[in-house]
Write a new protein. Structure first.
Length: 457
């Protein structure tokens, strides 16, 4: 096993010199805390909207240290909980159409940025597959298609029959599928590092290795202290996603209960040979996401590997701990499961595993908007597929900080009353019991699969 603590993207990256930490005292109009996709997109859009605004971004480690540099690199259109009937019941077609368009716009913005600034990040516009599991029957995929028709998203989709899927993927488990021609795959860390250079060229002051350890709100300004410096700003954007409950100084504004972290784990294989790819007959080398409670996703990388994420192994941390330790089960079962999904790959080695923190809100709808102190904007609750969402949230937050009235600032995602988790003391046990129930369901699905998919615990 190679270097487990950070992702394959870090492990395979070119040497990188982080920007200097914050030192001394700095005064700016807007400070962004967090150097993930949300923070960098906010910084970018702030400068796009007002090139004279002075903007700084503080990142506790390095750009991409959080989920943005640890994910599967898929750009797909996904939003909210996976029960589509419940989504429709709760929010209605008009709001959901707006939300799905918002995510799609995030993908388009990433594509525009890549083209406009020549961002070399291995982007392949492959589209992706939402894949049904034979053991689940065809209901889930049918419901998804009906849902997409109901919210006007079906023109991007192409249903694929079970027979076509069987010819293409050589997997005993896959049922029918839906191909979505939007999005594709990229190297998220390369993208973020390049985006950092873009925002720096626009005049944003980026400081890495600058953890914000104290936030003080005074009438004239907001002061943020890192270990070595102090930053004073008029406006603040909190783009710390799964770390948001830990920020000291925003407790009275409800940041502790607005989201709860969950750790998700990924594996990457050695590169497949051309004959292995040929044997699989994998169309377009597009990403595959299982539309099932047995959540697995499989994303081919530019250098011919398979990067796979297993939802069963997600972990809810205790209290404030943020250690991304990998369970032994994930290390042993992941490769075994991969071979069950794709028998032609039974000899393929998995060479690296890692974890990353995502963020859940109580109703699975992401939070973006202003806190009760309306000098402060925030976004969290970015979970499954947050790269497009974080990109759109950055645009929204920039508009809010600069008091621009846009369709984003009027969106229901911004204006709705956010539902918080109950007291922090019981959030972890509640989320943990939800995930135990989900694990029980997943093990039941595993028993129905042919050949059976075994989970040790
Ligand atoms: C294994 C895995 C696979 C995934 N797969 C996909 C995928 O294929 N496609 C997709 O779109 N999404 C995927 N996601 C989700 C996606 O990565 C996240 O939703 C998204 O990256 C969230 O971005 P963010 O900028 O809001 O948060 P993060 O990327 O977590 O950024 C927050 C940043 O804040 C910094 N920070 C925290 N506290 C402080 C502080 N006190 N001071 C300064 N800085 C601080 C952190 O170091 C971090 O860099 C995946 C996630 C995981 C874990």
């Amino acid at each position: 096993m190679l270097h487990r603590s950070r992702s394959h993207w870090f492990h395979s990256a070119e040497p990188y010199a982080p920007s200097a930490p914050l030192e001394g005292v700095l005064n700016v109009d807007v400070c962004v805390v967090g150097g993930g996709v949300t923070g960098l997109s906010t910084a970018y859009h702030l400068k796009k909207l007002d090139q004279h605004a002075s903007v700084a971004l503080l990142e506790s480690e390095v750009v991409g240290f959080g989920a943005s540099g640890r994910n599967a690199g898929q750009l797909i259109v996904a939003f909210g909980e996976s029960d589509f009937k419940a989504q429709m019941r709760r929010h209605g077609a008009a709001k959901l159409r707006e939300a799905y368009t918002y995510i799609h716009e995030g993908i388009s913005t990433i594509e525009d940025l890549i083209n406009e600034h020549d961002i070399a990040c291995d982007y392949e516009q492959t589209g992706y597959f939402e894949m049904g599991l034979r053991a689940d029957g065809s209901e889930t995929l049918d419901e998804y298609l009906a849902f997409c028709r109901g919210i006007g998203q079906d023109s991007f989709l192409e249903p694929i029959s079970e027979a076509q899927v069987a010819r293409s993927f050589q997997s005993p488990y896959f049922g029918k599928a839906v191909f979505d021609r939007r999005g594709g795959q990229f190297n998220p860390l390369k993208y973020l590092r390049e985006l950092k250079f873009v925002v720096q060229r626009f005049g944003v002051q980026v400081h890495e290795n600058s953890p914000v350890v104290c936030i003080e709100r005074e009438p004239s300004c907001i002061s943020l202290r890192t270990g070595r410096g102090t930053l004073r700003c008029q406006k603040l954007v909190v783009a710390t996603n799964a770390y948001s409950h830990l920020l000291p100084g925003l407790e009275d504004l409800g940041m502790i209960r607005s989201q709860s972290p969950v750790f998700v784990y990924a594996n990457v294989t050695e590169p497949l040979s051309e004959s292995q790819w040929g044997a699989l007959n994998w169309p377009r080398r597009a990403g595959v996401n299982l539309m099932s409670k047995l959540f697995y996703s499989f994303a081919p990388t530019r250098d011919g590997r398979l990067l796979y994420v297993g939802g069963y192994y997600a972990r809810v941390p205790q209290g404030n701990e943020m250690s991304l330790d990998i369970s032994k089960d994930f290390l042993t079962e992941g490769p075994r499961h991969l071979a069950s999904f794709f028998p032609a790959l039974s000899d393929l080695r998995t060479v690296q595993s890692w974890g990353g923190p995502i963020s859940t809100t109580r109703d699975f709808i992401p939070h973006v908007g202003l806190l009760a102190d309306d000098r402060i904007g925030y976004a969290n609750g970015c979970w499954g597929h947050g790269m497009p969402l974080g990109t759109s949230n950055g645009r929204t937050l920039a508009g809010l900080m600069l008091n621009r009235r846009t369709t984003d600032s009027a969106s229901w995602l911004v204006t709705r009353k956010k539902i918080d988790w109950p007291s922090r003391m019981i959030v972890s046990p509640v989320v943990r019991s939800l995930s135990s129930a989900m694990r029980r369901d997943i093990r039941k699905i595993g028993r129905k699969m042919q050949p059976r998919l075994v989970f040790e615990k």
